[in-house]
Design a protein around this ligand. Structure first.
Ligand SMILES: NC(=O)c1ccc[n+]([C@@H]2O[C@H](COP(=O)([O-])OP(=O)(O)OC[C@H]3O[C@@H](n4cnc5c(N)ncnc54)[C@H](OP(=O)(O)O)[C@@H]3O)[C@@H](O)[C@H]2O)c1
Length: 173
């Protein structure tokens, strides 16, 4: 009997690290769910993948809609084995203006936690799954150029480290 195909959702797959990771996962045989705000990029990108791609527009700062969207993509894929929370923003903000700091916390912290809890709900229900998040070396120290970014990545790292001790394994990167 053929083995069931593995399925991964990459949140923040429209460019950069997330796009490359989605491609790597597809090359490794995963069906891939692609989410981000720029749906047209995801669609073009999905067509070029060697496995089946599922696309959904998602803004992680719209937390309730984003959580629903994650479940919808996972349902369409027939389940999900890996969720990669890669969506993130980075602003240099040495003058500590509220706008960039708000957007950083909304995306990298609030959005991350909203999607992490939704993913873990699924993994708990199905008794397996891997939660992966994109942190940064910036999690290890603060600097004056981007203190909110550094703090947000410390949140991501510590959150994943905490989850790794939970009932379902997760994988900090
Ligand atoms: N590049 C580096 O040197 C570096 C180093 C360490 C860690 N990282 C981390 O790696 C991750 C990816 O960064 P990157 O360098 O590849 O940057 P990037 O090309 O700008 O990618 C960021 C991704 O996040 C998505 N995103 C941003 N805000 C979002 C939102 N509100 N809702 C949904 N998706 C959103 C973007 O998609 P849309 O704009 O289409 O929504 C895009 O797909 C980030 O978490 C970043 O902090 C990067």
């Amino acid at each position: 009997m053929a083995e069931a195909r593995q399925r991964a959702v990459v949140v923040g797959a429209s460019s950069g690290i997330g796009g490359t990771l989605a491609r790597e996962l597809a090359d490794a045989g995963y069906d891939v769910g692609l989410t981000a705000r720029r749906r047209e990029l995801l669609e073009g990108f999905g067509r070029a993948l060697p496995t089946k791609a599922y696309v959904a527009r998602m803004d992680v700062t719209e937390t309730e809609a984003a959580r629903e969207s994650l479940h919808e993509v996972a349902d369409a894929m027939g389940g999900v084995d890996v969720v990669v929370l890669n969506a993130g923003v980075a602003f240099e903000n040495p003058d500590l203006e509220w706008g960039p700091d708000r957007d950083t916390v909304d995306t990298n912290v609030r959005g991350f936690a909203a999607l992490a809890t939704a993913a873990m709900d699924r993994f708990e229900a199905q008794s397996h799954g891997h939660l992966v998040g994109t942190s940064s070396v910036a999690a290890r120290f603060g600097n004056g150029e981007a203190p909110a970014y550094d703090g947000s990545k410390a949140f991501v790292s510590n959150y994943l480290e905490g989850r790794a001790t939970g009932r379902v394994a997760s994988t900090p990167t």
